[in-house]
Design a protein around this ligand. Structure first.
Ligand code: URA
Length: 209
């Protein structure tokens, strides 16, 4: 699918299968999400630019490549996005963080925004939005709208699962934002859940209902 990268690494697929199982505990789900987020982070940052730095090894001076970590912003769509954020920050500790509070009204399925915080200079940074589930796409669209209003123009979207309907909706509004996901599932049900999916990611991560 154009504009969508499916991260099909065997470890990602293995961990995702365990996360989908209804009997997986809250603690297990959270641990797997942390682990999988590092693997997803590895893929979504695969083409980051490197700059050279002069360093000294115990033997000689050399020019060695480093990532410009402070050019990155991880933007978490609350609350489930925080589950992905944790592992990503372990891999890129110098990344800046944006929090975007959008919840889905269970009746209208439309996003309601309640919080937004981002670094001042997001226009100069690569923004990686994280949210485990790209379902209807409405919250993701609202998050990108908000970031673009603040000047962001280099944006990627990282999720665990995506529904074809959500991808279509998202790409119709933000075709410039590349999507990275571990799976494109079958469809959305009438309640807006991804099928087969893994249930409500926030509830599974925090043990709520
Ligand atoms: N959000 C979730 O947490 N799960 C879904 O299946 C859809 C949206």
């Amino acid at each position: 699918m154009d504009g969508v990268t499916v991260i099909d690494h065997p470890l990602v697929q293995h961990k995702l299968t365990i996360m989908r199982k209804k009997e997986t505990s809250t603690a297990g789900f959270r641990r797997l999400l942390r682990e999988i987020s590092m693997l997803l982070c590895y893929e979504v940052t695969r083409d980051l630019e490197l700059t050279m730095e002069t360093i000294e090894t115990p033997l000689v001076e050399m020019q060695a490549p480093i990532v410009e970590g402070k050019k990155l912003v991880f933007a978490s769509i609350l609350r489930a996005g925080n589950g992905l954020l944790e592992g990503m920050l372990e891999l890129v500790p110098s990344a800046r963080v944006s929090h975007i509070g959008v919840y889905r009204d269970h009746e209208t399925l439309q996003p309601v925004e309640y919080y937004f915080k981002a670094p001042e200079d997001i226009a100069e940074r690569l923004i990686i939005i994280v949210d485990p589930m790209l379902a209807t796409g409405n919250s993701s669209i609202a998050a990108v709208d908000k970031l673009k209003e603040r000047g962001a123009h280099n944006i990627r979207f990282l999720c665990l699962l995506a529904a074809p309907e959500g991808i279509k909706n998202f790409q119709s509004v933000h075709p410039d934002v590349k999507i990275y996901t571990a799976s494109i599932d079958s469809h959305l049900n009438e309640l807006g859940y991804i099928v087969p999916g893994l249930g409500d990611a926030g509830d599974r991560m925090y043990g709520t209902k």
